[in-house]
Unconditional design. Structure first.
Length: 198
C-alpha cells in the first residue's frame, strides 16, 4: 500500500465531506440567519479595514501630543514650573511669536517642501514666491504658489507631511484640475502662506 498517496488523499476526502455539511447548516439558518452571517462578515471586514488603521493613527497622535507636552514643559522657565505661576499676557504673546521661524530661515523651509515633494513622488513645477512685510506687523508672510502634479494619494500625503514638518505654514487656497476623467494624475495649484518672525 502506498502510504504517501493515502496521506495526501485523506484531507481531500474530509474537505469534500465538509462542504455539503456547511451547505446543510447554512440552509437551516433561514433568511435572518443568513443576513446575520452576512452582517458579521461585513463587520469583520470593516473592523480590519477601517477601525484598526484608525487605532494606529490615534496611537501616533497620542504619542505626538505627549511629545509636544514634554517639549512645552521643557521650554517653560524653571521658576514658572515650580511655583505654578501663569505667564503674563506679554510673556504669552512673546511665546506665541517665538513659535514662528525667523524671517531669514525661508530658504530652509522651501528646501524642506522640495524634499517632501521628492519623498512623496510629487512633481513641483515653477513656483512663485513673494514676501509680504507690513511695517506694523510682527510677522511677515511669505506667499508661495506651488503647482504640483501627482495622483490623489501622493498629493494628499505631500500636503499632510508638509503641514506637519512646517507648522508655521497654512494653505490658503487649492485649485484642482484633471486632464480627463480616466486620468489618475491631478494638477493642483496650492497657495501657501509661511508666517515668519521678524
Amino acid at each position: 500500500m502506498d502510504w504517501n498517496r493515502l496521506k495526501i488523499a485523506t484531507p481531500h476526502i474530509e474537505f469534500n465531506q465538509l462542504v455539503p455539511q456547511l451547505r446543510w447548516y447554512i440552509g437551516r439558518l433561514g433568511t435572518i440567519g443568513k443576513i446575520g452571517i452576512g452582517l458579521l462578515g461585513v463587520t469583520t471586514i470593516y473592523f480590519f479595514s477601517a477601525v484598526l488603521p484608525l487605532e494606529s493613527d490615534l496611537h501616533k497622535l497620542k504619542e505626538r501630543a505627549e511629545m509636544l507636552q514634554t517639549q512645552a514643559q521643557s521650554n517653560q522657565a524653571p521658576g514658572d514650573a515650580e511655583s505654578g505661576k501663569k505667564m503674563s499676557s506679554d510673556q504669552a504673546l512673546q511665546a506665541f511669536y517665538d513659535f514662528f521661524p525667523r524671517i531669514d530661515s525661508s530658504p530652509f523651509w522651501i528646501r524642506e517642501l522640495v524634499r517632501i515633494a521628492k519623498k512623496q513622488n510629487v512633481e513641483l513645477s515653477s513656483s512663485e514666491y513673494r514676501l509680504v512685510n507690513e511695517n506694523d506687523a510682527r510677522l511677515a508672510r511669505y506667499e508661495m504658489i506651488l503647482p504640483v502634479r501627482g495622483n490623489y494619494t501622493q498629493i494628499r500625503a505631500f500636503i499632510a507631511d508638509a503641514l506637519e514638518t512646517v507648522p508655521a505654514m497654512a494653505i490658503s487656497a487649492i485649485a484642482i484640475k484633471r486632464e480627463n476623467v480616466t486620468s489618475d494624475k491631478l494638477e493642483m495649484r496650492l497657495e501657501i502662506n509661511l508666517y515668519l518672525n521678524k
